[in-house]
Design a protein around this ligand. Sequence first.
Ligand SMILES: Cc1cc2nc3c(=O)[nH]c(=O)nc-3n(C[C@H](O)[C@H](O)[C@H](O)COP(=O)(O)OP(=O)(O)OC[C@H]3O[C@@H](n4cnc5c(N)ncnc54)[C@H](O)[C@@H]3O)c2cc1C
Length: 333
Amino acid sequence: MTSEYDLTIVGGGPVGMFAAFYAGMRNAKVQLLESLPELGGQVQALYPEKMIHDIAGYPAIRARDLVAQLTAQMSQFPIDVQLNRAVTDVTGTMGDFTVTTSDGTTSKSKAIIVATGSGAFQPRKLAVDNAAQFEGQQLFYHIPSLAQFKDQVVLVAGGGDSAIDMALMLEPVAKKVYIMHRREQFRGMEHSVDLLKASSVTIKTPFLIKALEKQANGQLNLTMKEVRGTAEEQLAVDSLLVNYGFIADNKVIRNWQVTPTMTHRLITVDTQMNTDIPGIAAIGDTVTYPGKLGLIASGFGEAPNAVNQLMMQLYPERRSPLHSTTLFEKRAH
Ligand SMILES: Cc1cc2nc3c(=O)[nH]c(=O)nc-3n(C[C@H](O)[C@H](O)[C@H](O)COP(=O)(O)OP(=O)(O)OC[C@H]3O[C@@H](n4cnc5c(N)ncnc54)[C@H](O)[C@@H]3O)c2cc1C
């Protein structure tokens, strides 16, 4: 076998990053290919400031700090991390796959782990004609940094957990926070809704944003229209944060010449994370199996499973490891 890499991990979200670290522990030659300009997947791109409470060993950790920890963990090994490189095609068979990326580069890999999450994702945009002109200035789809909203008047549009999280995160930083939802009832978990109601955040329901207009003083004037009613309200804000969910697309993978079978746009895997293509495993949000949970913790469990079983197939003479200590000891010798 003359492949450049033992393992190619497609997707640098938390699950792909942990898989890369684990593959490093197994002394695999690994490349990690990520289509975005930064690692961390949804965690970094969509909710960097959110606190995550269900990562083993951390009572609570800020999303961006989790990505930093994963980066540090991964950096213990010489992982070949390549950003801004979407994998656009895969050809070949186990032991000799050719991986093509969006910039036309090709590389050889003996096996592949697909960790593409829900694919290339983007926020569901605000459907107001001139919205695009305010994007990144006064209209945001995630919180790039809490500090930038210090002492501002902010309206969060959306009714799910992450919209409520956004409003509660902004409350101690901003001068005034509003949350607007098109229904009377919020979709967030009861506990979050209770926190919201007990907070100083002013709730505006059931409203939709009808128009945006920049005022002479630089503020953004929002025209809010009552859903199924005629009432309208004006509100001047410094920033508008829209959280209407995300649209994800795994189209790229479906165009690969060698592409695993999918069910409802998710890759079907067995209990060892094998797809139906020998040598291609899949992990994280991109997979489905009975009982699959779309959680970071679930993906973290799937990563060693995929790495170990692929390494067993590539190097049957190497014994499967039990604990990290034995792997680190082996590397030291
Ligand atoms: C608002 C929100 C809050 C959440 N809160 C929690 C929480 O509190 N706890 C929890 O456990 N989970 C939470 N989740 C879910 C969690 O973020 C996901 O389960 C997790 O991100 C899945 O990780 P992943 O690595 O499988 O996929 P992703 O994070 O989606 O990463 C996949 C990566 O693959 C890249 N990619 C896609 N296609 C290609 C390609 N062709 N080539 C190269 N790269 C590609 C993408 O750019 C992306 O970076 C939340 C999700 C959202 C949206």
